[in-house]
Design a protein around this ligand. Structure first.
Ligand code: UDX
Length: 458
């Protein structure tokens, strides 16, 4: 199938590479010159396990271009995967989605049928607006167009994007036209039937079952995306709230999560207590959902509470430092991890950034390490007021603890699971480990000489 994809961010590029691998004829459009330069040199602009190799594998069939006009007319299906950044009030800004739809409609051939699919995460009702945008362009052009608009939300998890694309739990399609549903079923046939040869880096999991393709109306499809993300966000916030109480009553939240997770109705996943969620989705999507609700005058106290609990986790970690060190002024704190989660260099809404800002505000000196996210963190932390000279980025994790008063583990990178704790503790002024992700058992850390403080366990 001939496909045009507008936008080569996480969603657009992953989709382009995977659909090419499945032998579709894909062209991806992006206006960002720097991204195109990288892509034309066969380099992935995003850090995502496996994407570089797969990009090289499909490179001879996958096209990248800045021009919508060059690729859309001949396409059968056009996917919009552009960003929907948050507005000042938290609502998602759909300007880029509508602009993409406008540009697509301007070059569609009269009478040829296209399926225009919105993959970006968008507020409920956007599909209907996109259909209107397309119609109004056609009427200005004085042509009869034939475009079916559909919603196909993306559930991509950074760090696991390709795994999730080849072996999704489900595919959700919101459309009012049978033709659009049929086109999307043909598009995803190799995934729905698992007829492709798995890439060597992504073997088919032995327990994997064929995924359902759920079809529904566009508004419900758009709501599914927000509801899924909000539910996962509040599951994490729930266990974090329980963790706080565990600390008060001397219970262990990891044991509690194990116990409640054994109930099949609850399940084990997304019950890891710690520093909570960051990244480009949960903070933005929960705020956007509240924005949608506010427009209808509807209150969503559960979603609001999930956010409050989440951001409180960051403050609680700094409180724990204060609790052990007294004042933080002049203290040297080592921060392990800057990315919002492992296997990505993404620092958007990362807990580490808020924690570092707070430590600096209280007069501490910060030494920070991350395997790959230092460049992005440096940029994000110097954006508004320039770089604070009390913030130092350290490339070698074993140099981080030198002379520090405490270490805070913020991101649970694999590397941090296997640290030589004794070696770290020896270099510190006072060997205190605040484990924001419960990576180490208190016994193990204490045996290595640390004063250990985790989340939700004493
Ligand atoms: C999420 C959704 O998983 C994905 O389906 C959607 O398309 C986009 O948003 P992502 O933001 O990449 O994906 O991250 P995810 O793996 O879901 O984790 C989000 C955050 O929650 C991370 O900061 C992680 O550290 C945290 N988390 C996750 C916990 O604190 N505890 C958990 O048990 C699980």
């Amino acid at each position: 199938m001939k496909i045009a994809i507008i936008g080569t961010g996480y969603v657009g590029l992953t989709t382009a590479v995977v659909l090419s691998y499945l032998h579709h004829d894909v062209a991806a459009v992006d206006k960002d010159e720097s991204k195109l330069t990288l892509l034309h040199a066969r380099k992935s602009p995003i850090h995502e396990p496996g994407i570089q190799n797969l990009l090289e594998e499909v490179w001879h069939t996958l096209r990248f271009t800045p021009s919508v006009a060059e690729v859309v007319p001949e396409a059968e299906l056009v996917l919009i995967a552009v960003g929907t950044p948050p507005k000042q009030n938290g609502e998602a800004d759909t300007r880029h989605v509508e602009q993409a739809a406008r540009e697509v409609a301007q070059v569609c051939l009269p009478n040829k049928h296209y399926t225009l699919v919105v993959k970006s995460t968008v507020p409920i009702g956007t599909n209907q607006r996109v259909a209107k945008v397309v119609e109004s362009v056609f009427s200005t052009r004085g042509i009869r167009g034939n475009v079916s608009v559909a919603s196909n939300p993306e559930f991509l998890q950074e760090g696991l994007a390709l795994q999730g694309a080849f072996y999704p739990d489900r595919i959700v399609v919101g459309a009012n036209s049978d033709e659009a549903v049929d086109t999307l079923r043909r598009l995803y046939k190799p995934i729905l039937e698992q007829t492709f040869d798995p890439p060597s880096e992504f073997p088919r999991p032995s327990s994997y079952h064929l995924p359902p393709m759920m079809t529904t109306d566009p508004n419900s499809a758009e709501m599914i995306k927000y509801a899924a993300n909000t539910f996962l966000a509040l599951k994490i916030s729930f266990i974090n709230e329980i963790a706080g109480l565990c600390e008060e009553v001397d219970a262990d939240v990891t044991e509690v999560a194990r116990g409640i997770g054994l109930d099949a109705r609850i399940g084990h996943r997304f019950l890891r207590a710690g520093l909570g969620w960051g990244g480009s989705c949960y903070p933005k999507d929960t705020a956007a959902l509240l924005g949608v609700a506010a427009q209808s005058g509807y209150k969503m106290p559960i979603t609001e509470a999930a956010r409050t609990v989440n951001f409180r986790q960051r403050e609680r970690i700094v409180e724990k430092l204060r609790g052990t060190l007294g004042t933080l002024k002049g203290k040297i704190i080592g921060v392990l991890g800057l990315a919002f989660k492992p296997n990505t260099d993404d620092v958007r809404e990362a807990p580490a950034l808020d924690i570092i800002r707070e430590l600096l505000a209280e007069g501490a000196i910060v030494r920070a390490h991350d395997p790959i996210a230092i460049a992005n963190a440096r940029r994000a932390l110097s954006e508004k007021h320039g770089m604070d000279n009390r913030l130092h980025f350290i490339e070698d994790v074993y140099e981080l603890p030198y002379d520090t008063d405490a270490l805070v583990l913020v991101t649970e990178w694999d590397l941090y699971h296997k640290l030589e704790l004794r070696r770290l503790a020896k270099q510190m002024k006072t060997p205190i480990l605040i484990d924001g992700r419960n990576v180490y058992s208190p016994e193990e850390a204490r045996a290595a000489g640390f004063h250990y403080i985790g989340v939700g366990r004493t």
